[in-house]
Unconditional design. Structure first.
Length: 559
């Protein structure tokens, strides 16, 4: 109705998920990166949560478009089902034939397991995506966990992606679902759009709808829209659609804050918030007093933060000269924005990069530099042209390579690694990762730590990494039953805090069956698959728990 009036070819703010209007904010791209990382993580659960209307379905659609062709996908959007009903839905989605008259859990699980094994033998992976997963009951979640028990030596045969509202996180925190929570290898909570992203989102949809001129929403209207919608895309669509209709009805080509308020009262069933005119704000003594108070508090906070930063700097070097007296005083807004930055700088470790974020497109990584950075952290002499893994072996270390790792796994093993970056049109290259937090990774660039966003990293890294670890006695590249390895493992497990196994002489150490049970308990406590196998990852965690000296990721960037 209103589209021609505003120079549009169609209504831009429909709540239908039209792919032509796809807008991926930084948060949406990061959520997508976490899903893709989880897909390469060897199986288990991947969790995506977000408020109603935050764009979870948008991310899921993008995820489905990027799933490799060798994956079978089952998508369930109405999971308020019993255990047999859910199993039947999964079999239907995977096109798994079940016996006529199937009613019990076994009737569905047996053919499903046979299907998963056959698909694995054929080189295909299987992904189960469950939308609105907050509606799953505890017994259905437990059945999903049991489905992921089917695995090979290297990966699980079913990857489960749970998408739901914030209460899904609370469900998985229940004690009875702890085993499932330990199998979540990647998780992300999708927040709302910022004010700048809200404006970009509105402009994007208007442009796709055919707008060639100026936006009908001015800066004040955009600010009010963000406040009223809290940055939730679906609420933005509802409000902007009704606001454009209001502008059309009154013959106003520019949507004013007053029109936005009236539209909000209609679509959100709430009275509009009053808009104070600038003249009223100037005459409001209480408002002026609050502004002055805020400015004073912000200025005092800034002075305190700068003082703390200066004191921290003097611990290693002379204090910097004080700023010139003629420097202009910061405004209240500048002071309030500078306060958290100054506080963060005063508490950052020396290894945290202070330079501008790294752009991978502007950097040419060199394998030799990456190996040198990793070797330095291990105190490993690495002569030029030497084979790094052979050199490490002579020092009691071993190289561990993985082709299907994930950031969750790297956080778990908590040690520097070499990532294999694959950039379009360029040969693979190694980069040393020395720090990791929920928003960014820290890479060594010419020996200096530099930060790079996880979304940018996701575009060039597909799970290949290499790291070093300290080899126990008797381990010769495989888990065997050698006596030295047995005695070493028994001694390490016995020394762990809370261990039920007392420290005993070697002659009285338990046999392999009992030791395997102790190892399984340890693996479960570390978030590993409790299979009792002595692989490199398990032994890395034993080394870490036993206090064996090995380098770690930046401790300030893994919280």
């Amino acid at each position: 109705m209103y589209a021609p009036f505003f120079g549009l070819k169609q209504a831009p703010f429909s709540i239908a998920p039209d792919p032509h209007y796809l807008f991926m904010s930084e948060r949406h791209r990061e959520a997508l990166a976490h899903l893709l990382y989880g897909l390469d993580g060897g199986g288990g659960f991947v969790l995506l949560t977000g408020e109603i209307g935050a764009g979870k379905t948008t991310v899921c659609r993008c995820f489905l478009e990027q799933i490799p062709t060798n994956c079978n996908v089952a998508y369930i959007f109405n999971p308020k089902l019993t255990v047999p009903e859910l199993l039947q839905a999964v079999c239907d989605e995977f096109h798994v034939p079940v016996p006529a008259g199937a009613r019990t859990v076994k009737d569905f699980v047996d053919p499903l397991n046979a299907f998963l094994l056959a698909q694995h033998a054929a080189g295909r992976n299987n992904v189960l995506i469950i939308d609105e997963a907050q509606n799953l009951s505890a017994d259905v979640l437990e059945q999903l966990r049991l489905l992921t028990n089917l695995e090979t030596a290297t990966r699980k045969l079913l990857q489960v992606v749970l998408i739901g509202q914030p209460e899904l996180r609370g469900m998985l925190a229940r004690p009875e679902l702890e085993q499932l929570a330990q199998r979540v290898i990647a998780r992300f909570h999708l927040g709302a759009l910022s004010e700048a992203e809200t404006a970009q989102y509105i402009g994007h949809r208007l442009k796709v709808a055919g707008l060639n001129g100026a936006s009908p929403f001015d800066r004040k209207a955009l600010h009010l829209i963000h406040q009223l919608t809290r940055g939730v895309p679906r609420r933005i669509n509802l409000l902007c659609d009704r606001a454009l209709l209001g502008g059309y009805a009154t013959g106003q080509a520019q949507v004013t804050p007053a029109i936005v308020q009236r539209a909000a009262a209609e679509v959100f069933d709430a009275p509009p918030q009053p808009v104070l005119r600038r003249r009223q704000r100037r005459r409001d003594p209480v408002g002026i007093g609050l502004l002055l108070l805020a400015a004073a508090v912000a200025g005092a906070g800034l002075a305190w933060a700068l003082q703390q930063q200066s004191q921290a700097g003097r611990s290693g070097r002379a204090a910097s000269p004080a700023p010139a007296a003629s420097s202009p005083a910061p405004t209240a807004r500048a002071a309030s924005e500078a306060l958290p930055q100054a506080s963060a700088a005063s508490s950052s470790p020396a290894t945290r990069p202070a330079a501008a974020p790294l752009r991978l497109a502007d950097w040419t990584p060199r394998d030799a530099d990456a190996w040198a950075g990793l070797a330095q952290r291990w105190g490993l002499p690495l002569p030029p042209q030497a084979d790094p893994c052979a050199t490490a072996a002579r020092q009691g270390l071993a190289c561990h390579r993985s082709s299907n790792g994930s950031l969750s796994l790297i956080r778990l093993i908590d040690r520097p690694v070499l990532l294999t970056l694959r950039r379009p049109g360029q040969p693979p290259a190694l980069a040393a990762l020395v720090g990791l937090d929920p928003q960014q990774a820290t890479l060594l660039v010419d020996g200096v730590p530099r930060a790079v966003g996880l979304t940018e990293l996701a575009a060039v890294w597909r799970g290949e990494f290499t790291t070093l670890w300290r080899v126990p006695p008797g381990y010769v590249g495989r888990a065997d039953n050698s006596a030295p390895l047995h005695d070493w493992l028994a001694a390490q497990l016995a020394r762990l805090p809370g261990s039920a196994a007392p420290t005993v002489p070697v002659s009285a150490t338990p046999g392999w069956p009992e030791l395997t049970r102790q190892l399984q308990a340890f693996q479960a406590s570390q978030g590993l698959q409790p299979d009792g196998r002595l692989g490199p990852i398990t032994l890395m965690q034993v080394n870490r728990a036993a206090g064996i000296a090995e380098p770690r990721l930046d401790p300030r960037s893994t919280d």
